[in-house]
Write a protein that binds this ligand. Structure first.
Ligand SMILES: NC(=O)c1ccc[n+]([C@@H]2O[C@H](COP(=O)([O-])OP(=O)(O)OC[C@H]3O[C@@H](n4cnc5c(N)ncnc54)[C@H](OP(=O)(O)O)[C@@H]3O)[C@@H](O)[C@H]2O)c1
Length: 324
């Protein structure tokens, strides 16, 4: 089969299209999916550099999110699933076929094309988990969404507006219009403006109730500063700008805020009831149109190296997809 193979852990430039890659086999508890479209995630970029915890060693077939049709099932999996169109995760999704654990699957919503379902769990599920069960966002509160024009960020803006919050987004200036159209109340170009003083100005000095923190690096400290003292929550789910830390001294004397880590895969494994509630809530949001069919920018598999390089360079907007 055709697949994108990462030859060495030196970045997206080391991705090459292979034509003779062996089709994987579904083992017990797994299904084989004929990929309609694969989702590109920031974690793919991190994996190309060996920077993702527990990521694969090179060489490996890249990608881990796909939507498509189940064409084979492993032992113990209900054969009635054959032919179902699903979205899920499994190693090697930038390929014509990928194997996925049956537990990671959700149905492609009725009437949606495969690519429109990408991001259902990894983007919308992550954004919803950050805002609601973890961030406890309520109507009338203020949320700061970093990387608001990105795939997770756009989902978060829509969701936060639906739940009645005021949304302050950060994004590169040329992406502001897109985020404003989604309903964001205020946008900050974090490269031109001082984030902390801008957020203080916009919140009358009070700070925000919830910060969606996916950037890290120098931004992490700023996120801690702009969260409301005592009740403010900083939900950490990404490290695009690098590692950062906060000490117990700082939490005691400087940043009296809640710092909460989130990884959607770990949430699914260790809090299955919360995960099921998230999925049920997303179903409802799809039904009432708050969560519309996705509109990813779709590329050919061969464009993968370029697409990942652009994602790394902050040159992309919204969800990206590859067609095998
Ligand atoms: N924990 C989880 O379960 C989970 C699940 C999904 C995603 N994530 C994380 O959520 C974040 C968003 O993921 P995504 O796939 O939706 O990507 P994305 O937001 O579409 O792309 C990343 C965006 O982040 C912004 N950014 C700010 N600083 C950056 C930096 N130093 N390097 C690169 N980008 C930077 C850029 O937007 P601007 O140009 O507008 O600044 C860039 O376009 C990532 O950190 C990802 O790892 C975590």
């Amino acid at each position: 089969m055709r697949a994108l193979v990462q030859g060495a852990l030196v970045g997206p430039g080391a991705l090459v299209v292979g034509d003779g890659v062996e089709v994987p086999r579904a083992a017990a508890g797994e299904v084989l999916v004929k990929v309609g479209a694969a989702g590109v995630n920031f974690a793919d970029v991190m994996q190309t550099r060996g920077a993702y915890d527990g990521g694969p060693e090179a060489p490996y077939v890249a990608g881990f999110e796909a939507a498509g049709e189940i064409v084979a099932v492993g032992d113990g999996v209900d054969p009635a699933l054959l032919g179902a169109r699903v979205i899920g995760t499994g190693p090697g999704a930038f390929a014509e076929y990928v194997v996925m654990g049956v537990d990671s699957l959700a149905r492609v919503p009725a009437g949606w094309r495969d690519e429109q379902a990408l991001g259902l769990v990894l983007n919308w599920g992550t954004a919803l988990a950050a805002l609601r069960p973890l961030g406890q966002l309520a109507a009338g509160q203020v949320v700061l969404v970093h990387a608001a024009a990105g795939a997770v960020g756009q989902a978060a803006v829509r969701l936060a507006k639906h739940y009645g919050a005021t949304v302050i987004g950060t994004a590169s200036a040329e992406k502001h219009d897109v985020v404003r159209r989604l309903g964001a109340d205020e946008l900050i170009d974090y490269r031109a403006a001082d984030l902390v003083s801008e957020v203080r100005r916009l919140t009358g000095g009070r700070g925000v109730d919830v910060v969606l923190e996916s950037v890290g690096g120098e931004t992490f400290g700023k996120s801690l500063e702009v969260a409301k003292r005592v009740t403010g929550k900083v939900i950490v789910y990404g490290v695009a700008g690098g590692e950062a830390s906060v000490s117990n001294w700082e939490l005691n004397f400087k940043h009296q805020v809640h710092v909460i880590g989130l990884h959607i895969g770990v949430l699914g494994q260790h809090a299955p009831e919360m995960f099921a509630e998230l999925m049920a809530e997303l179903d409802k949001l799809i039904e009432i149109g708050v969560y519309p069919p996705g509109e990813p920018t779709v590329y050919d598999l061969a464009d993968g190296p370029k697409v990942l390089a652009e994602l790394e360079a902050r040159a992309t907007v919204g969800k990206l997809a590859l067609k095998p």
